[in-house]
Each structure stands twice: as C-alpha cells, then as structure tokens.
Design a protein around this ligand. Sequence first.
Ligand code: ADP
Ligand code: MG
Ligand code: ZN
Length: 475
Amino acid sequence: MKYEAVIGLEVHAQMRTESKIFCGCSTRFGSEPNTQTCEICIGMPGVLPVLNKKALEFAIRTGLAMGCTISAYSRFARKNYFYPDLPKGYQISQFEHPICEHGHVDVAVDGETKRVRITRIHMEEDAGKNIHEGGGNYSFVDLNRAGVPLMEIVSEPDIRSPKEASEYMKKLRTILRYLGVCDGNMDQGSLRCDANVSVRPVGQKEYGTRAEVKNINSFRFVEKAIDYEIRRQIRVVEEGGKVVQETRLWDSAKGITESMRSKEEAHDYRYFPEPDLVPIAAERRWIDELRASLPELPDAKKVRFVSAYGLPEYDADLLTSEKAVAEWFEEAVKAGGQPKAVSNWMMGDLMKLLNGDNREIGDCPVGPERLAGMLKLIDKGTISGKIAKTVFEEMYRSGKDAEQIVREKGLLQISDESAIEKTVDELIARHPAEVERFRGGEEKLLGFFVGQAMKAMKGKANPQVLNELLKKKLS
Ligand code: ADP
Ligand code: MG
Ligand code: ZN
C-alpha cells in the first residue's frame, strides 16, 4: 500500500523588538544570565504587564504580508503549565482570539508553486532557559529570554513532504527578514518549529493520527526529522499497529524522534482570558498605514526581476531570497552593469567569497558600483573575463577599484595581434605532434592550444583575437 504524509507546522519566530513584550527589559542575545530581567518578566506577584506596541505592529505586519485577516478584536490568554523556566506558572499567549487568521504562503517546490494556508498567527511570550551544567545535583535557570516576544505561525496541514516543509520554512524566514520583524537566526533559536506529522493511505480523505515533533532548529533538521517520522509511522501501520497521538522529541545527534509525552490537549492547559491585559482593537487606519508601508515582498520582487531584467527564474529566485542581496543587485544594474552579468558575478564569485568569510552582503568590501565598474572594463576589452576573476578577488581583498588594480598589476588585456602572434608561433613550433593531430581532424585540441597560450600570456590575451589567430595558423 502507498502512503501519503500530511504535515502542519507551528513556527515560532522571535520578534526583533528592542524590549520584551510586557516589560521594558532588553531582548539582547548572549548577555550574562539574569541581567535582563525585572519584576514583570520574573513573575513577581502584584505587577502588571503592558503590551509592547512594536510587538503588535510586527505581528500585524507579518499577518498582512501573509494575506491574513487582522482581527478587529484580539486578546491574550493564560496557558497554564508548570516548568522551572516559567516563573509565573503560566505563559501569556493567545488562544481564542489570535491577532491574525486565514492567510497563505506560496512555496516553490521542484518548479511548482504550492500554496500553504496559514491558520493563525498569534503573539506570546518566550520562556526562560534551564541550564543543566555544573555537574552538581541542581540546575540553573536564565530568565533573560523570559518575556521576549514571539509570533507563533500555525499552518493548515497542507504540506505533503519533508522538502515542502523545509521550503515553506525557508519562505517564512525570507518574508520575516524582508519585513525586519525577525532576524531568522536559527542557531540562536530566533526561528524554530514543531512539526505535526501523520500518514494515510493514498486516496483516503481523513487524516491519520498525528505526532508532534518538537525541537527542530534548522532547515536540514526539518527535513530529516519529518522524513524519519514518516518512515516510523508507516512502519507502525504496516506492522498492524496504530500511531498514537503524542509529543515526540527530535534528537539531532541520533537522527531519530523519541516519544516524550502523550499529547496534551487544550484543556490540559486550562486556558483562560488574561485579566491583566486589555483586549486589542487595532484601529483600521493604523492597519491600513501598516499595509501601505510593507516592502515589496519576495514573490513580487521575483516576478519583477524576471520581467524587468530578463533574468532566468533561477537567478531571480536566488537574488530575491534576501532583501539586501536584491538591493545590491539593483544598485549594480543602476550603476551600469548588464543584469545577467551582474547576476552571474553575484551568484558565483561574490557569494563564494562572502561564504568563505562568513559575511553577509551588507559587509561586502566590494560595493555594487565597483562591480559595475569592473564589468565595464570587461565590455571595453580592457581586461579579459578570466583576468576579471583575479581583479574581482583583489577588489574584495584590498578595497581598491578595478581600474587601479589593473593599472598597478599590469593586467591589461592584450589585444594587439602581433604580441599574441609571437606566442602562437612559438607554441606551434614547440608542439608539432599536436599540430599534426589537429590538422588530422582532432579539433578539440584547439582547447589545448588556447590553454597553453593563455598560460604563456598569464591569462591576458584577448580570447577572441587568440582564437582567430590560432585557427588561422593551425589550418
Ligand atoms: P495543537 O498542536 O496546539 O493541538 P492544533 O490542533 O491546532 O494545535 O494543530 C496544530 C498543527 O497541527 C497545525 O499546524 C495543523 O495543521 C497540524 N495538524 C492538525 N491535524 C493534523 C494531522 N492529522 N496531521 C498532520 N498535521 C496536523
Ligand atoms: Mg501544537
Ligand atoms: Zn522585564
């Protein structure tokens, strides 16, 4: 029997606000434990939370970008559970009245567009962090993270494969970063997800029983954890068993999911309306302002990059995956770079150098005008495309512009026929056997001669002139 997987993701995104969601403490990552705390976020009795307006704005912006309805009435709820990293004994979250509902995100998977519906986006506070180190018979708790604002983005069970799940998650990250509402830093936990997974025989309408896999913090693990979970469930069913509804933990070291606890139901949390916070009725006018101020989003940008610059979909997709990359591209084109050439250099040499240094495009030592300047030198025939690779790397390392480097290093392309002819004559004299074979019909040997000539001329020969001369002399 063939099975189909059904997947829904609950993604937690840490909002990039300066201060926490219900108090003025800083949200900065990596400080000394418990230095960013106050009476409110450590849960002292008798204090009152106040909603951070920026957090509300970020949640609404996200909802608008994902085509959600923004609720005219929204409110917070207490989600009760006991854990040492949750000093109040409840988490302030949203339950019946989330701020955003009924949106969607389009995801490209293997050349096809797949729509994943968003059930809801709600706001909540993060918990602290338990630290089990030191070796003694005790643990520590760091409450710097307690009260940091989160958005939980819940999808409908529209996802059908591990790959779709990771692409969906990547798309969410891209959108959140475009909006500037989350830094998307997965290794710092700014973006994490729980995956709900079930399987059913192909053709069956009803969903199977799901397990919820927690603790997934990278795109690779989204795929691996879900893939493992699908196989596990199919095995259970094929062996005549039943999948039980439960919460499982992804163990990235072992590459497996393990049962953690039976699935809790909403009533286990004894949700009730948060009495210390007033309901939210966001003004329409404000929402309209936020909608009008949304940046051009990745899907729209991609379509425009294809139509306005004549780029292949593949290029447009890569160049629009980060807003800063897209802006860099457009500046280089504005400075006179031919779009496809700019794209090639960005996706090739530029990305390679940046990745090698673990740098973002924002910290790139070569500015877009500099790349455009170098492309002009190639177009004019001042330097060869091959030499340009050296020039580009030198621009990147030294911060100098292309013309200066070409001048200082004597990298001007040699187009003068007599200079090239000398090299070609020498080559032909030195390789009589190859010349013979070429004349006998082994035309691919032309590449050998081109390579040798380029080597002799340190890559500076004008390739067109060189090719023509070689063909003439060899025939
Ligand atoms: P909770 O996990 O808090 O009980 P929900 O019941 O609303 O919340 O479901 C959470 C997630 O589980 C959603 O992303 C939803 O799409 C997904 N989901 C619900 N039913 C299934 C199912 N049978 N198989 C896979 N995912 C499911
Ligand atoms: Mg859940
Ligand atoms: Zn605080």
